[in-house]
Write a protein that binds this ligand. Sequence first.
Ligand code: UD1
Ligand code: MG
Length: 456
Amino acid sequence: MSKLNIVILAAGKGTRMHSNKPKVLHEVGGKPILAHVIDCAKALNPQKIIVVYGYGGEIVREAFAHEDIVWVNQAEQLGTGHAVQQAVPYLDADANTLILLGDVPLVDAEACISLIEQANNKLAILSFNKADPTGYGRIIRAATGNVATIVEHKDARISQQAIKEVNTGIMAMPNAHLTKWLAQLTNNNAQGEYYLTDIVELAVQQGIAVVAEVTADEWSVTGINSKIDLAQIERVYQSRTAQKLLQQGVTLKDPARLDVRGTLICGRDVEIDVNCLFEGNVTLGDNVKIAANCVIKNAVIQAGTHIAPFTHIDDTQIGENSRIGPYARLRPGTTLAADTHIGNFVELKNTQVDIGSKINHLSYVGDTTVGKNVNIGAGTITCNYDGANKFRTVIEDNAFIGSDSQLIAPVTIGKGATIAAGSTITKDAPAEQLTFCRAKEQKSITGWKRPIKIKK
Ligand code: UD1
Ligand code: MG
């Protein structure tokens, strides 16, 4: 294979997004539009990826600081040809170039490969047939079937405007030719722009074949110009993600009511009910069931675990055969071993729970180490924060915490200890004993009256 350079055009202003955020940073499937294009580019193993960005685009550069990219500033947007001209100093003389558009997130690597394969001695263009081709450059084919020229909509004669085959903007060619053609572009056209598409005529004049490959997948070449486009592409992206999961054997109660903003990896016989949102990297083991209305972010959930409705999980690992929710909230740094039960209105943060332990009702457990087979009663709170510092609670194996207890950290509850309901525990509780800390006696006051509201 010849060397490959990829130039991504991303200098357009994106006026119709009506947003202060650069267009290519708006997200599809939880990932910036431009990140989708860069990922496609990387999959093609190029020697170099060059992104042409525009005025005010420093934020774009910063968003991709971790990527190996050559950034080229096109201070004034004088057209697609002018944009590619800015990249010329960085092109490898002996390579071919693939041009991609920074606002086309569903770009298809297979279609690109097909263009690249022809780019050694040809100008290869990706086209598609559009029912309403208004605004697009029309592909004008010669009798041979090769492309004779591309005429932009505003420059097209009425007869040319009737042509439905349009330019996607994605094309590939040898750099030796590209650099020469770019130097010959003029802006003598209806928009006063340097059109990249004018290289077609230059190629034809020099006897270089120009071929157009027609794609049937319109979404894979659709650019985003407005929030309407963004919302449409988001739905297409989500429906494609759902189809892939179904093909792998995942049961989706309704593929139209699933959102994946990141990567979702599923084992066998996974079931996902309606209205679930997966963010970041989520892995679900075999036989995992996710009930309706769960939000799950950066989590590993192992085989056989069931998540009941309305559960929120963030940065958490859950072992096998556990039962979580409904209405549980698992916050970052939480690790649950196998066979754990976390019930309704339980919030866990930075807490490690060992095998077989249960926290079933209305509790806050933060910065805590919970041993094996511990039972934490309803309404238990670990008081981990003194207003300035956080402290840890340790609850050892087989401990039993009575309902409505407060464990004031730092504190350790020993092995097999029992804490009586309603206790406020400020000192370590010894193993195997009952510890309680309540008001000494239960009193009743006769004749006591409830306060009444004072009238102002
Ligand atoms: C261009 C093509 C047209 C094609 C259409 C597909 C030309 C002259 N026309 O149209 O044949 O049907 O794309 O969508 O190439 N850009 C820059 N700098 C510029 C101008 C544009 O980086 O100075 C970038 C934009 O950010 C965008 C891409 O190039 O990603 C296409 O620009 P856009 O203005 O949307 O395309 P058109 O010129 O309308
Ligand atoms: Mg334009």
